[in-house]
Ligand binder design. Structure first.
Ligand code: GLN
Length: 454
């Protein structure tokens, strides 16, 4: 009831929730109370969560914040949310996001932008919460849920977490099932939590993760007790500092934050090692070929017949064109056009195939430093703090918006785990995050290191 009241009060201004499931929340909470009264109950019994609109929730608003999925109420539950409910969690509602998770500011949502609960000192300018999981990050930061689900294809958990002073972890590709999560770029998409602190993130990830016969890319590996890794000694761990992440034009405060993070880890007994990931500079262009290519294929299913919106036409081709023209927003159309272009014959070898080769080189960069005995890498999470809603620079040039992902996309390209942890404030009082990148399936080390930094 306290969370529902808080949503009632603040959501009009923040626009973090696109659907509030108050009756369902109360029913689930009552069922939790009953289980607890009998001495039963799971690890998340009664914990109220917000769910990103990308996760299918049975009979409940699931639109990936796109007009094209109007009225779509799936008849199935995503594996990740089913895992959370099985552990006793309670659903408060569905959270705003960039349309089909394409964006870095939550401004591409059909439901309008989300406002960051943070503002610069003495300013009343509204800031973006980051994206695509902007609703998840804003809701957690504003106490409109105890934790939230999110997804990360190229930074969508870590960048909004950094912009809102929350913790977000993208686990290793395959750690969480993608089944029932609306697909964006299937070889990059991973679910993970956004939470108030590292411990909450560890507890939520343990519940979300599982092998799943319905997603053959999910991995059959025991899910460790992530919470137990918190507070574990980091003495002797070798932390790599990749020099390619010191990008031109990066504000001095980000460099200072990075040095501060290095000092904290050193104080805790970790060894700091300068390393090189030479192909980093190609990650962003390669990502913006691979992700749109996969998206253009995944989004072919929205044909006005099987899901959501249908705009009538004079014949089926006309109906299909009108539905897609009206149903998709500008950024989604841009991705579909780029994706179909790079996959078309004559361009496939020059763009798509080449980007896949670059992806292999990026992955090898990480394999090389890990083979040299590096346990994890420390980088800034974002090249800046949160920026203003309707920022002119970004609005006029989509590539400027894409630059937000410069520190996060490599991790998706290589399938590795990455966590963003709040590490300080700018002079103007905005949160900044640091990112830790781990070895495949070594989320535990990230939780151990993250708890030193937060
Ligand atoms: N901002 C990136 C994009 O627009 C990443 C999105 C994501 O991780 N879902 O593609």
């Amino acid at each position: 009831d306290a969370y529902l009241a808080a949503i009632d009060q603040a959501n009009g201004a923040l626009n973090a929730y696109v659907a509030v499931t108050a009756d369902k929340a109360r029913d689930m909470a009552k069922a939790s109370d009953a289980r607890l009264a009998k001495g039963e109950g799971g690890v998340l019994e009664g914990i109220p969560l917000g769910i990103k609109d990308l996760f299918a929730t049975e009979g409940i608003h699931t639109q990936a914040c796109s007009h094209i999925l109007d009225g779509f109420n799936p008849r199935y539950e995503s594996t990740v949310t089913a895992n959370l409910w099985a552990d006793g969690a309670v659903m408060l509602g569905k959270l705003n996001m960039d349309e089909f998770a394409m964006g870095s500011s939550n401004e591409t949502s059909y439901y309008g932008p989300v406002k960051n609960p943070w503002r610069k000192k003495g300013s009343n300018l509204d800031l973006v919460p980051g994206g695509s999981s902007g609703g998840s990050a804003a809701a957690v930061a504003a106490h409109l849920c105890a934790g939230a689900t999110a997804t990360d294809t190229g930074g969508s958990i870590r960048q909004p977490a950094a912009f809102t002073g929350t913790v977000g972890i993208k686990p290793t590709y395959g750690r969480c099932s993608r089944w029932g999560t609306v697909a964006f770029a299937s070889s990059l998409d991973q679910a993970g939590p956004i939470a108030r602190d590292v411990r909450d993130a560890a507890i939520l990830l343990k519940s979300m993760a599982s092998v799943d016969p319905k997603d053959t890319t999910s991995v059959d590996r025991e899910v460790p007790d992530y919470e137990a890794a918190i507070g574990r000694s980091v003495k002797g761990l070798r932390i790599g500092i990749p020099k390619e992440y010191r990008v031109e034009g990066m504000p001095g405060e980000i460099e200072t934050l990075w040095q501060q993070g290095i000092a904290w880890l050193k104080d805790a007994g970790a060894e700091i090692v300068d390393v090189s990931l030479p192909h980093t500079k190609y990650a962003l262009p390669a990502y913006y070929i691979v992700a749109p290519a996969e998206a253009s294929s995944n989004l072919a299913r929205y044909d006005g017949v099987r899901y959501g919106l249908r705009v009538p036409g004079k014949d089926i081709a006309d109906m299909y064109e009108k539905t897609r023209a009206e149903g998709f927003g500008r950024e989604v159309k841009r991705r579909v056009m780029i994706g179909t272009y790079v996959l078309s014959s004559g361009y496939y070898d020059a763009y798509y195939l080449r980007a896949q080769k670059v992806r292999t080189l990026i992955k090898r960069d990480f394999e090389t430093v890990y083979a040299d005995g590096i346990d994890a890498l420390l980088t800034p999470a974002t090249p800046s703090a949160a920026f203003g809603i309707a920022d002119q620079d970004m609005a006029s040039d989509p590539v400027k918006m894409y630059l937000n992902d410069i520190f996060t996309v490599t991790v998706n390209m290589a399938g590795l785990p990455g966590i963003a942890v709040p590490a300080g404030l700018t002079d103007e009082g905005l949160p900044l995050g640091l990112q830790l990148i781990g070895r495949p399936f070594d989320e535990e080390t990230l939780f151990a290191l993250g708890s030193v930094i937060e």
